[in-house]
Design a protein around this ligand. Structure first.
Ligand SMILES: Cc1cc2nc3c(=O)[nH]c(=O)nc-3n(C[C@H](O)[C@H](O)[C@H](O)COP(=O)(O)OP(=O)(O)OC[C@H]3O[C@@H](n4cnc5c(N)ncnc54)[C@H](O)[C@@H]3O)c2cc1C
Length: 337
């Protein structure tokens, strides 16, 4: 039988929400463990190498609309972790670049580099475990018992759950929740999105600032990661499917989906430009479409367990960050620290 690892708080998921929750719990005399199934933390803050370059295939940029997130962003700007990219994107029908007053920030080296920056600040005080997928979570006495798919066991006083909600609920027996919590969690919905990354040898014709956004169309986003500043070595194009095409293409083979995305990129290639490599990422839970009305959900009638993530704080990087922060603080209050 595997030995149980003791910790005070287990934060499941090392995306923006989990990283922020762990940060809010740090420095309070608690043993905090953050576990993520990925090889690296970041979740939908995702960047991949392709050919000699790299591209973001999850979140593309972020805005800062709340005073709290603006303070964090000011710190990351001062540290040189992030850079402003643009104040808006056109739909490609003209070269004019619309501005709506919200600066869009990108991360030096790609969006995942922000997660790496945040996790460095957590360690060594917070124990960070990657490539660790939690498979089951059950209340035990005044706390929780968690089991990883590798068989590793954790005993803890409290849990923060930040995977997309359907994934988080896979870990639990739904009967442990009150009827109200079960209904609230089941109400949350997400839309999928397919992301294509294309390494292009040659020029790509996209208007300033090197991206177009058409939220409701077949292709909702096309961006040049070189012009964004994260792929100086090579032109790497990111393409995202829109709401309808995400659903239409979800059941097709990877080959067909990639061919459809490739056909969407080709009109932007300058004469002589060639696609050298293509990669696909299918995000099953890309963006929440039906959200919980509060920034986190503390489960009632159970040992301390708080749900957090973009389905609670808002469907973007900022929403996930604020949800994680508030969930971490709420849990600290529940634990009396
Ligand atoms: C294609 C796409 C484009 C987007 N574009 C933008 C954008 O331009 N701007 C913007 O602001 N937002 C954008 N978003 C949304 C943004 O990425 C998310 O709102 C935010 O990153 C969510 O963070 P999170 O921590 O809530 O969830 P996630 O980032 O999903 O983190 C959850 C973490 O849980 C881990 N996990 C899951 N199950 C387990 C388990 N069983 N055990 C251990 N770990 C587990 C996962 O590996 C993951 O790291 C986009 C998202 C996608 C997919």
């Amino acid at each position: 039988m595997a030995e149980e690892q003791q910790t005070d708080v287990l934060v499941i998921g090392g995306g923006m929400a989990g990283l922020m929750a762990a940060g809010a719990l740090r420095g309070r005399g608690l043993r905090v463990t953050l576990a993520d199934k990925g090889v690296r933390v970041g979740g939908r803050l995702a960047t991949r190498r392709i050919g000699p370059g790299r591209g973001d295939h999850g979140a593309q940029f972020f805005t800062a609309r709340s005073a709290e997130f603006q303070t964090l962003v000011a710190g990351w700007l001062a540290e040189g972790v992030i850079i402003p990219w643009a104040n808006g994107f056109g739909d490609g029908s003209s070269d004019a670049m619309p501005t709506n007053g919200h600066p869009r920030y990108v991360v030096r080296g790609g969006m995942n580099a922000l997660a790496q920056h945040l996790v460095q600040q957590l360690m060594p005080e917070v124990t960070v475990e990657t490539s660790l997928r939690l498979a089951a979570l059950s209340p035990e006495g005044v706390g929780w018992r968690a089991q990883a798919d590798s068989g590793r066991l954790f005993a803890c006083r409290a849990v923060v759950l930040t995977p997309p909600v359907p994934r988080a609920l896979d870990l639990l027996d739904l009967d442990v929740f009150t009827e109200a919590d079960r209904a609230a969690l089941r109400r949350i919905e997400y839309a999928p999105c397919l992301a294509g990354l294309f390494w292009v040898d040659g020029e790509v014709d996209l208007p300033e600032p090197g991206a177009i956004q058409r939220p409701d169309e077949w292709i909702s986003w096309v961006a040049d990661n070189r012009r964004k500043g994260i792929s100086p070595e090579a032109t790497v194009i990111t393409v995202h499917t829109g709401p309808q095409s995400s659903r239409d293409l979800w059941e097709t083979t990877e080959r067909d989906a990639l061919a459809a995305l490739r056909a969407a990129v080709e009109p932007f290639l300058a004469p002589g430009a060639v696609i050298r490599e293509a990669q696909l990422k299918a995000w099953r839970y890309a963006l929440p479409t039906v959200l919980h009305p509060e920034p986190y959900l503390p489960a009632a009638g159970l040992p301390p367990l708080v749900f957090a993530g973009d389905a609670f704080g808002g469907p973007r990087v900022e929403g996930a960050a604020l949800s994680g922060l508030e969930a971490g603080r709420a849990l600290a209050a529940i634990l009396g620290v």
